[in-house]
Design a protein around this ligand. Structure first.
Ligand code: 5GP
Ligand code: ZN
Length: 116
């Protein structure tokens, strides 16, 4: 199910090209167009959910599948030993710029804390 004018729905529908690195029935993982680390992959449900604030008992399975996908790809990319960061930005104060739930996998360099 795709939402009109949603950039990431268009990526899920392959209307807009992306470099896909993971795909399952419900999840797509693709390289971020402006990588902030040597590995920067976005994992999203193929079905439109506007953000983490919209996760409910009904769709938590799709949200949880993002974690499984990110951990699997992190292992494949050799990040498991050194570690990595998973980020979900929520709405304006959280820094969300695309209103379709996605999980960032960042790795391959040492992260700092607190984030900016
Ligand atoms: P947010 O700020 O919403 O957490 O993350 C949105 C992310 O999507 C940003 O890191 C941005 O670089 C990425 N992004 C925006 N437009 C595109 C696009 O058209 N293709 C890809 N692959 N990534 C995008
Ligand atoms: Zn969408």
């Amino acid at each position: 199910m795709s939402e009109a004018d949603c950039l990431f729905c268009k990526i899920a529908d392959r209307e807009i090209p992306s470099t896909v690195v993971y795909e399952s029935e419900s999840v797509l993982g693709f390289n971020d167009i402006r990588p902030q680390a040597p590995v920067h992959i976005l994992f999203m449900p193929k079905r439109h959910i506007s953000g983490i604030h919209e996760v409910t008992a009904r769709n938590v399975g799709e949200a949880g599948a993002l974690l499984l996908a990110a951990n699997e790809v992190a292992r494949e990319k050799g990040l498991s030993e050194a570690g990595y960061r998973l980020v979900v930005n929520c709405k304006a104060d959280g820094g969300q710029t695309v209103d379709h739930l996605h999980l960032h996998l960042l790795g391959g360099r040492r992260m700092t804390w607190p984030p900016g």
